[in-house]
Write a new protein. Structure first.
Length: 58
């Protein structure tokens, strides 16, 4: 039995459309500490280098 995204209720076109519509809003709140781009699996945020050489919060 093959189960694909569509038959399981996931609409990839709608997900892409939603992501594209909010990208501008999210990017407007971006700071230099934010690493990466909107739509990636996880977020990465550069932390102050007080105790570590290149600290990043994931």
């Amino acid at each position: 039995m093959l189960i694909d995204y569509k038959s399981s209720g996931v609409n990839l076109d709608a997900a892409d459309d939603s992501l594209n519509r909010i990208k501008a809003l999210v990017k407007s709140a971006r700071t230099p500490q934010v690493l990466g781009d909107v739509g990636l699996f996880a977020g990465a945020f550069r932390l102050p280098a007080d105790q570590k050489k290149h600290p990043v919060l994931l």
